[in-house]
Design a protein around this ligand. Sequence first.
Ligand SMILES: Nc1ncnc2c1ncn2[C@@H]1O[C@H](COP(=O)(O)OP(=O)(O)OP(=O)(O)O)[C@@H](O)[C@H]1O
Ligand code: SF4
Ligand SMILES: [Mg+2]
Length: 330
Amino acid sequence: MTGVPAAGSAILEVSDLWVGFPSYREQTLHALKGIDLRIEAGEMIGLVGESGSGKTTLARAIMGLVPPPGVIERGRVLFNGRDLSAQSDAARRSVLGRELTMVIPNPRAELNPVLSVGRQISNIAFYHLGVSRQEADRIALDMLRAVHIPDPERRFNAYPHELSGGMAQRVVIAIALVCSPRLVISDDATSGLDVTVQAQVLDLLQTMVREKGAATLFITRDIAITAHFCSRIAIIYAGEVVEIADRRRFFARPGHPYSIMLLAAFSHNPALRARWTRAEEIAGATPSTGCAFASRCVRRQTRCLNEAPSLRPLASGHAVRCHFPVEAQA
Ligand SMILES: Nc1ncnc2c1ncn2[C@@H]1O[C@H](COP(=O)(O)OP(=O)(O)OP(=O)(O)O)[C@@H](O)[C@H]1O
Ligand code: SF4
Ligand SMILES: [Mg+2]
């Protein structure tokens, strides 16, 4: 098994990553525009953004699997110091599933319907860890126990359709964690579950990744969830990171108007919601030269239309891509 990595070492380094989807006749759609992101051992980073902002594209690029016709136009991704997109399929396969794993929603679609869930976990251990079949089965049973599947000996032989959605998602987590990966990417993994089950599954994911010493990139559209589960928050808008900060700092002093709009959208305070969602009504196309958020921003000024803001530090570990960030008083 992979040992628990030392805290403070970079597991993932994404530098100036641009990914484009060329389209016939039209201009290339730049799904990611200069993403910089570093993830250290044991960190749980929440990547939050609305639909189409580039979250899954980033996850795929990290795995070295940008879906065609997408291409990495610039920049690089280093996982454990290696560029997975430059590896052979076989070399990449041996990293994915063992050192770098992914949890996605709709677990029943991800699981093999004609293989018992215990066997599916056991197969991963057998294939990646080079242990005997008997040892792989024992590891699989331990994992079913660890993810709190009731009556694990019996459930070992159950098929995916015999499990509830929440239980199937736990099996997917067991598969993702059985080889003690260094990085787990969770892409909207619990969005199909009801709120209580979602909280249980996320609790479990958090505990398991901590125990295994893995880092996590936790992708979601729901900023509220990240307040409970993440150590750092990165907000992505139209393919750019617009704000990044430690969780405490982020929720105490969000600086980007879009972050505040997201927080307001999930807030129960109607006044706050009304104030910031008003931005949705602001007319006008996004200027090609200025800030990508300008057409929706309640704080925009002339400068925003003419000059694209860069990601600038607001405080230690806190950066915001905005000419006029919201700077709360202490
Ligand atoms: N295979 C593809 N071909 C063409 N364009 C694509 C492809 N995959 C993604 N895109 C485009 O890239 C942009 C980012 O998509 P992506 O799937 O990464 O968003 P997302 O943040 O994961 O959204 P969601 O929350 O809905 O999952 C979108 O504009 C999308 O249309
Ligand atoms: S740069 Fe201007 S338009 Fe963009 S988010 Fe900041 S205030 Fe709003
Ligand atoms: Mg997605």
